[in-house]
Design a protein around this ligand. Structure first.
Ligand SMILES: NC(=O)c1ccc[n+]([C@@H]2O[C@H](COP(=O)([O-])OP(=O)(O)OC[C@H]3O[C@@H](n4cnc5c(N)ncnc54)[C@H](O)[C@@H]3O)[C@@H](O)[C@H]2O)c1
Length: 449
């Protein structure tokens, strides 16, 4: 083997190792979407007038962000708890009508669309009522509380020809958008496995929110808040920490998997729920009366690849999603995407345990056949794409919704997309609670064990 051959081959091997160690070679700043092209004026006639339903943890942020967008005005707000109606007025910073009865917003002709951030067991009824009242609606994730809910929501959206946008903001993120573009270009080859994970380690992260000090049956319409949930006497913990109970939420899948799943479905162009899911987890630490696990791993079967999702509320860990292909990996962490190319080929003859003569003879021939041609040598340099500091995908997502309302452009995350992600959450829970592999039957629209 010539010295030149040696050094060229060594070079390739070294660069491959560097790439394997995920050292970013280049960093590229991503261009944020149109919502960032501010200050962009919107013609007076194009102002979208929204009504807000649910002004809690998420709703208060959505309201603040919405009214900060050009051409968006909040004209009324609704919440069942007095403190949240007061908060709505504080955020909007002007006297707006507020009510405990959301149907008053649906009857209000001034209102073009609704942004709803209520607990999951209320999503279906509010979306269906909005569509039937002719209002477009942004509804928080996960879209549905039950399998049947999702199909009722799709039917209401389609029958009334309304814009329904589900609030999993990754669907509008520039980071996920870049990952999607590279995925579709085949940059990482055939993707066989996807993994997504996150971990928290604090009471707030485990949904142990502090009960508001004035919360009582006088300040909250508890009976209405219960909605479809079984009747029970006023319970301040259920109101404040509803994610801990299956009557209102879907535990880890509905709260956290759904974001990871939305990212995976978006990037990989998934348009159906996974075929099967198997979950393993447990309730180890947060013995506060909750009936959902605090640790969960689910393996999903998608036709094109398998996916593993893992979330724990007991240890702080990185949040990452990795698409693993035959030509490398796309890794998303927070507001960054790293592309780690891999050649998928041997860099030296693969002759483990061969005697010397046989090995060297084979190597000589192999080197001849595998010598890279001049000008075909490419380095395996990883590339990092990152969003600008302060980038907010919620803002992008809301902007997309209001643009759809304004222009009738189809929703970027319609009820069908939202339903597929939500069904993946229901599959994970079905498997966990029934201790079985959960299968999706598309014909019957049912999960079975
Ligand atoms: N996209 C995200 O990143 C994100 C983050 C957090 C929460 N969420 C979602 O947002 C939704 C709300 O979560 P949250 O943490 O803000 O809950 P929250 O309990 O803090 O707030 C919900 C509010 O809705 C009100 N409400 C409930 N039913 C109502 C009804 N029928 N009419 C009027 N008001 C009603 C409650 O009184 C409460 O003030 C959930 O679906 C959750 O999954 C999404």
């Amino acid at each position: 083997m010539s010295e030149q051959q040696m050094s060229r081959r060594k070079f390739m091997k070294t660069t491959a190792c560097v790439a394997g160690a995920t050292l970013a070679g280049r960093s590229i700043l991503l261009d944020p979407g149109r919502s960032y092209a501010a200050p962009r004026s919107v013609a007076a006639g194009d102002t979208v007038r929204m009504g807000m339903i649910g002004v809690g943890m998420q709703g208060s942020g959505l309201l603040r962000t919405s009214i900060g967008l050009p051409g968006v005005e909040c004209v009324a707000a609704c919440d069942l708890y007095d403190g949240r109606r007061e908060l709505a007025k504080e955020i909007v910073d002007k006297e707006i009508p507020t009510t405990r009865h959301y149907k008053e917003l649906l009857d209000n002709k001034e209102i073009d669309c609704i942004v709803a951030a209520v607990p999951d067991h209320w999503h279906k009824q509010i979306v269906v009522d909005c569509c039937n009242a002719g209002k477009d609606v942004y509804c928080e994730k996960p879209m549905s509380h039950t399998v049947a809910d999702g199909f009722e929501m799709i039917a209401a959206e389609q029958k009334n020809n309304r814009i329904v946008q589900i609030g999993s903001q990754r669907r509008s993120s520039i980071v996920y958008g870049k990952a999607k573009e590279l995925y579709e270009r085949g940059v990482i080859g055939q993707v066989c496995l996807v993994e997504a994970l996150m971990g928290r380690n604090d009471p707030c992260g485990a949904w142990e929110y502090t009960v508001p000090t004035d919360l009582s049956p006088e300040t909250l319409d508890w009976d209405t808040w219960l909605g479809t949930a079984p009747r029970k006497p006023f319970n301040a913990l259920h109101f404040t920490r509803w994610r801990c109970w299956q009557d209102y939420g879907e535990g880890i899948p509905g709260d956290l998997f759904v974001h990871l799943l939305t990212g995976i479905h978006h990037v990989a162009g998934i348009t159906a729920p996974p075929k099967r899911a198997f979950s393993m987890g447990g309730l180890f630490r947060w013995q506060d009366g909750r009936d959902v696990p605090d640790t969960l791993t689910t393996v999903y079967e998608y036709p094109q690849f398998r996916a593993t999702l893992r979330v724990t509320l007991n240890t702080e860990t990185e949040e990452a999603t990795r698409f693993m292909g035959t030509l490398g990996m796309l890794e998303i962490r927070n507001d960054e995407l790293t592309v780690v190319p891999q050649s998928g080929v041997d860099y030296e003859p693969c002759t483990p345990g061969w005697p010397r003569k046989m090995r060297t003879d084979f190597a000589e021939q192999w080197e001849k056949e595998h010598e890279p041609k001049p000008a075909t040598l490419s380095t395996l340099e990883s590339t990092r794409f990152y969003a600008p500091p302060g980038y907010d995908e919620d803002r992008e997502h809301l902007w997309n919704f209001f643009e759809s309302v304004r222009t009738r452009r189809p929703s970027v995350e319609d009820a069908t997309f939202g339903n597929n992600a939500a069904l993946a959450c229901h599959l994970a829970n079905y498997s966990y609670f029934n201790n079985t592999v959960a299968s999706w039957d598309a014909g019957k629209r049912k999960i079975s064990g």
